[in-house]
Write a protein that binds this ligand. Structure first.
Ligand code: G6P
Length: 793
């Protein structure tokens, strides 16, 4: 309240000062104008009398002069006139007789200077205006003078009135301002703060109140945003604490964001976590004047984002959005997530050629089909691999500069885009703990053997201290490939590879998703309401909803899935006009012809099936070929009676786990391909071979026709599996394992003491890499140190 009083005090003072100054100026101006007008009037009167008076003066007609003087008195502020010859007063208006001096100084001055003269003065204490005009004889000499006397008191009266009006006006203004200030302050500050205090009290008492009330005031908006973030974090922390307590009571232990954060803090021992992937977690794009933030469709992003949030690390990734450069600082960094910054994203820029050859070419036309074995022939081109090397070195350079000054950092390299990176990093920073996680399958040695650069890739990967895959089968395939291709000592029981003084451990870490807690459920619609709303929105009438969610990729078995849906409608016609299948398909890598053709193939298959079965408002297949936000996909997950994951080959497949994690209602059923990593953890799903169309059709029928109790029981088991093995466990296990490995001391030639040497080493390495990046020829020669690294020397 003191603040309010002070505010009002200042406002009133300001208004008062402005009023006083402006009124003073106005009053003075009016006074000047009135005086000017009065003197003008006196002058005009004197001029009009002059001829007449000079004639009477010449004749010494005193009686006539006195009569004239009598006529001018007391009208329009005129007090009267007085006429003089050279010696004495000849005539005077009676009301002035005896009141004015014998010869007032202004009269003397006018006669002396032979010109009209005026003067404001006081007569018996009353303000008056004297105007003296010389009167002439026939020769033009001064024979006498006329004095015109006006009452000037009305000017002071007007002045006083103006001051009084001003005071009243200022008072009214000040009162109004004070009133408005009090009301505004009350409404925009006091009331929202009072409401927020009540809101915080509710929050403290464990309830989840709606709105803080701060947002209604523009001034307090930043505070409101922070308060809401704060409330969200508190609610999440509380939910997770409750959840842990529940699990402890049930004798179980599960991983939560908090537990991961604490575990990472202990394990990182003050050092930092660095993650490198090709795909970035937040892309900025421009839509006309507005900047949009897109979270790309990527299982890798889905899994890693919560981990970076939990430990405030640095994520190095390709800046692929068309507005990405607009949103970074001069060091190419930004804090993300944009609405609640928790960690650093460092963007690396690629040229068009680098993107074409390293990303589209070697990574996605070579390694992707090579590892997936989904009947698309891998394409290997030497220039693509050359670019792959160069881009690996470019990312190594960026990462090493981010790591400068950080002692014993933990580095998690992600995926098949960076097989050469682990060795580059270890070479420069031997004391860093480097892990690489391969998010896609690793095929058998025969299949991998067709890659012309398999030695180099394996050598790069074995630079890591830890190599992770989703499942044991991929670890075994990898070890067998190493065994066939490189000189090494493999300990099969411990799954380690020894080469020289370096040991690489190979382990399965089944990746997963966040398992949201039930506390978020409040206010959610049930499956049928959600389903009706979504189908309505798409203009389709149906009773059952099937769902597929994928990047449009030939490994995902989307066409096989649609054939399964077609066969299902054919074999179980009672579901015609009742069952609709929604395929959400994020277009992906469409610059590659195979992907472009595949998108068209899916489209054509959907259209063919629709043309065959469609009736009135019912449509069997709805293909939504566009990017969907996580929230949009969630709505479909919650509405679907059955979700089909029919990959021809998949490292894990997180759609299967996301669908299960979304089903708090324990409804819905999952049809799952046995060729996914997820199938090993989810035996309660309906496992169906996507190449077996008949089986797929039956699985859809089984899912819809299943006894509700059995369905719920299967869903409950699957939910428990995903809850137990959530993404925090994955990260905790993976990073925990990496932190516990014994990392060999750097070789004597490179080491001084670990920390100091680390900085110096990294500088040398960064210089080398820069040299190599700017001198492509260096890659071809065999003598260069980094070149040797890249070539497995
Ligand atoms: C797979 C890969 C990821 C990749 C994602 C999306 O999940 O393992 O590394 O990010 O596909 O593909 P994209 O090429 O769009 O990044």
């Amino acid at each position: 309240m003191r603040l309010l009083a002070r505010l009002i005090g200042w406002l009133v003072l300001c208004v008062l000062l402005v009023s006083v100054f402006s009124s003073y100026y106005q009053v003075q101006r009016e006074k000047r104008d009135s005086r000017k007008e009065l003197s003008k009037r006196a002058e005009v009167l004197a001029d009009s009398l002059q001829d007449n008076l000079e004639r009477l003066l010449h004749r010494h007609n005193k009686a006539e002069l006195q009569r004239l003087a009598q006529r001018f008195g007391n009208k329009e502020h005129l007090l009267g006139i007085s006429v003089y010859d050279r010696q004495s007063q000849l005539a005077v208006t009676p009301s002035l007789a005896g009141r004015i001096a014998e010869r007032p100084p202004v009269l003397v001055k006018a006669a002396r200077e032979n010109d009209g003269r005026g003067q404001f003065l006081r007569l018996e204490g009353v303000p008056v205006y004297y105007y003296a005009q010389p009167l002439h004889d026939d020769e033009g000499g001064v024979a006498g003078a006329l004095l015109v006397v006006h009452d000037a008191s009305y000017i002071s009266t007007a002045q006083a009135r103006a001051w009084r009006d001003m005071s009243v006006r200022a008072l009214a203004q000040m009162g109004l301002i004070a009133l408005i200030t009090v009301v505004m302050f009350q409404r925009s500050v006091v009331a929202p703060i009072a409401r927020t205090a009540a809101w915080m009290r509710e929050l403290r008492n464990g309830r989840t109140p709606g709105h803080s009330g701060l947002a209604e005031s523009d001034v307090l908006k930043p505070l409101a945003n922070e308060a809401h973030n704060f409330a969200r974090s508190l609610a999440a922390a509380r939910a997770s604490a409750e959840h842990e307590a529940r699990l402890r009571a049930d004798g179980e232990s599960s991983w939560t964001a908090q537990r991961l954060a604490i575990s990472l803090r202990t394990k990182l021992r003050g050092t930092r976590l660095f993650v490198i992937s090709n795909r970035e977690p937040y892309m900025h794009t421009r839509q006309g004047k507005t900047l949009q933030t897109v979270v790309p469709a990527s299982g890798l992003v889905t899994a890693l984002e919560p981990i970076l949030r939990a430990c405030d690390g640095t994520w190095v990734a390709h800046g692929s959005g068309d507005a990405d450069r607009e949103t970074v600082d001069p060091h190419h960094r930004l804090r993300v997530p944009p609405e609640d910054p928790r960690y650093t994203l460092r963007r690396v820029w690629l040229t068009r050629q680098e993107e074409e050859r390293y990303y589209l070419g070697f990574s996605n036309e070579g390694l992707w089909p090579l590892c997936h074995i989904a009947h698309t022939r891998p394409t290997f081109r030497a220039p693509d691999f050359e670019e792959y090397r160069r881009v690996n070195a470019k990312f190594a350079e960026a990462l090493l500069s981010e790591m400068a000054g950080v002692e014993q950092p933990i580095v998690m390299v992600q995926d098949y885009h960076f097989a050469l990176l682990p060795k580059l990093i270890k070479q420069a920073r031997p004391e860093a703990r480097v892990g690489i996680f391969w998010h896609i399958p690793w095929p058998n040695p025969e299949a991998f053997g067709i890659c012309p650069w398999q030695r180099e890739l394996l050598d790069g990967l074995l630079g890591a201290d830890l190599v992770g895959f989703h499942i044991e089968a991929h670890c075994d395939n990898f070890l067998e490939t190493v065994d066939r291709v490189l000189e090494s000592r493999i300990e099969w029981g411990r799954r380690t590879v020894n080469r020289g003084s370096h040991t690489t451990t190979v382990r399965p870490f089944p990746i997963s998703v966040v398992f949201p807690e039930a506390v978020e459920e409040t206010g959610r619609k049930n499956m049928h309401a959600q389903q009706a709303e979504l189908l309505n929105g798409m203009g389709v009438e149906a009773l059952y909803l099937g769902l597929g969610v994928d990047r449009v990729d030939y490994t995902k078995g989307i066409v096989e899935r649609l054939l399964g849906v077609e066969r299902f409608l054919e074999k179980y016609p009672q579901y015609q006009e009742k069952f609709s299948f929604v395929q959400i398909g994020a277009p992906s890598r469409t610059n590659i012809k195979r992907y472009h053709d595949f998108l068209e193939e899916v489209q054509a298959t959907a259209e063919r099936i629709n043309a065959r079965f469609r009736r009135d408002q019912w449509q069997p297949v709805i293909f939504r070929a566009r990017h969907h936000s996580h929230a949009e996909v969630e709505r479909f997950y919650r509405a679907a009676d059955v979700c089909l994951v029919t990959s021809l080959h998949d490292g894990m497949n997180l759609v299967a786990k996301e669908y299960i994690a979304s089903r708090h209602d324990e409804e819905g059923m999952l049809v799952l391909s046995p060729f996914t990593g997820a199938a090993r953890e989810l035996p309660d799903a309906l496992i169906a071979n996507p190449y077996d169309t008949e089986r797929l059709a039956d699985a859809i029928f089984q899912a819809l026709d299943m006894d509700p109790r059995e369905r719920r029981q299967r869903m409950r088991h699957m939910r428990r599996a995903v809850q137990q093995n959530n993404v925090y466990r994955w990260a905790g296990d993976l990073i925990g394992h990496l932190c516990e490995l014994r990392v060999e001391a750097p070789a004597p030639a490179r080491s001084r003491t670990a920390g100091a040497a680390a900085g110096a080493e990294s500088e040398v390495a960064v210089e080398e890499l820069v040299y190599q990046l700017h001198d492509p020829g260096a890659l071809g020669g065999g003598s260069h140190q980094v070149n040797a690294v890249l070539h497995g020397g």
